[in-house]
Design a protein around this ligand. Structure first.
Ligand code: 4AD
Length: 433
């Protein structure tokens, strides 16, 4: 049996048309029998393959085992590969030998199940063809993000996830008991990334952020993976350029390297190949004016919700930037522009109402300006002593941004709900499994 393991190939290799025979480690996806034959569609992480098991050509014990096996039983099959246009993917296997490793119990997931049930059995639902494809795409998206930043000379750094201060993003936070005091699960790693910019010039964190989101929307998770690059000597315009390049790089890589996954998820790679810099930019002021023309009643210093993001992006094929937001609705670390009312920041909104992908800004790099802004916003300076300290010694202008990995995946794969972009979603009504 070990010999069989060693020579095993993946289903996509077996279906490449270059092999006459193969050994495959897989699970049963579908099964039916007719006229002394069992037709079993099996899956592994790369796809599905139809296997034909003929009672007259395999051992009785093997026949009995596959005949009794439940869906999702694990097995190893070995046999010859044959072209057949009727088979999904054009190739099927005539099985010569098989070994059912584990049949276990009847698989609880059948064809028509409610979304809630599928979330309850998420640990099993992750084996479905759809979730397998999304999880593969997720893994590729993470590697393309890292690849891009690596090419642009960024260091990956690892931030603490427990923090004493919080509240800069306006989100509600999760309190945690930390020995004899209360601390928070981090809402963003930005402030720590800023500290490391002075040491390493360009850095990024790819780590979870926690938001005690009470809203039940298709775009909010309580725990999400947050990519936060921070760059010394970058202004907002340079940062926006980099953001457009980063998002385009990932979209193009996915379209070129993973069209098999996109096909399974009904995503046309052409829509992703169109994502190229530059992205359209409009000031917040222009966006408010446009929203008014489109029938919205939003006024100056109102934040945008689902409806506004949809109105602004429903006709767009590429993401757009809305920049220079009113200082009242943005964080304390964003420098106020010359107009006195807006700050040097930008949000990137995904096309077709998929929502905000990125929030970023320049950072105030001078101590007096920072302290004044923090006082204006009634922040407890004690909590931010170390952050202010950074501005006392050789401070430099810098900018950074935060990208929600699941938002990016949701948009690129055109998923209805953000919960499917992460294996084990945490939301207001979901912490299990
Ligand atoms: O706009 P946000 O709150 O910005 C920050 O946290 C900054 N400190 C980032 C920085 O400059 N380093 O969040 C950034 C991004 C959003 O654009 C969105 O993509 C994502 O994080 N995000 C969420 N994703 C999923 N679920 C949630 N509840 C999210 N909240 C924000």
């Amino acid at each position: 049996m070990l010999k069989m393991y060693k020579s095993a190939s993946s289903i996509s290799d077996a279906k490449s048309g270059k092999k006459q025979s193969a050994v495959i480690k897989c699970w049963i996806y579908r099964k039916r029998s007719s006229g002394g034959k069992i037709f079993a569609v099996v899956h592994d992480h790369t796809g599905t393959l139809q296997c034909i098991i003929d009672r007259s050509t395999i051992k009785q014990s093997e026949w009995d085992a596959i005949d009794k096996a439940y869906l999702e039983s694990s097995l190893i099959v070995s046999g010859t590969l044959r072209k057949d246009e009727r088979a999904p993917g054009g190739i099927e296997m005539d099985v010569k030998e098989l070994n059912v490793l584990h049949s276990g119990e009847q698989f609880p997931i059948t064809e028509y199940q409610s979304a809630e049930f599928l979330l309850d059995v998420r640990h099993l639902w992750l084996r479905s063809q759809r979730m397998r494809m999304i999880m593969r795409a997720r893994s590729y998206v993470f590697s393309y993000l890292r690849e891009f930043l690596d090419r642009h000379k960024f260091y990956e750094i690892t931030p603490p996830l427990l923090t004493v201060s919080g509240g800069e993003t306006g989100a509600n936070l999760f309190e945690v008991e930390y020995f004899d005091r209360k601390v928070y699960l981090t809402e963003s790693s930005q402030l720590y990334a800023e500290a490391m910019v002075y040491a390493l010039d360009r850095v990024y964190t790819l780590a979870p952020s926690y938001r005690a989101e009470k809203s039940r929307t298709v775009k909010h998770l309580a725990e999400y993976w947050h990519l936060e690059p921070e760059m010394a000597y970058f202004d907002n315009a340079m940062s926006m350029r980099l953001q457009a390049q980063l998002v385009s790089y990932v979209a193009n890589k996915l379209a070129k390297n993973n069209d098999d996954i996109l096909k399974e998820l009904n995503v046309d790679p052409q829509t992703l190949l169109k994502i190229r810099p530059p992205f359209k930019k409009m000031t917040y002021e222009k966006a408010i004016q446009l929203l008014g023309e489109l029938g919205s009643d939003k006024k100056w210093a109102d934040d945008f919700g689902v409806e506004e993001e949809h109105l602004l992006t429903k006709e767009e094929e590429k993401p757009i930037f809305v920049y220079n937001w009113p200082k009242e609705i943005k964080a304390f670390y964003m420098p106020v522009n010359k107009d006195g009312g807006t700050v040097a920041c930008a949000d990137m909104l995904a096309p077709r109402g998929h929502g905000e992908l990125i929030g970023g800004s320049e950072r105030i790099w001078k101590e007096d300006e920072l302290v004044q802004r923090m006082k204006e916003m009634n922040l407890n300076l004690e909590n931010y002593k170390w952050y202010i300290d950074l501005r006392k010694y050789g401070s430099v202008p810098h900018s950074g941004f935060g990208l929600g990995a699941e938002r990016l995946i949701k948009w690129m794969l055109n998923l209805e709900h953000i919960r499917d972009a992460i294996p084990f979603p945490r939301m207001i009504n979901r912490i299990y499994p």
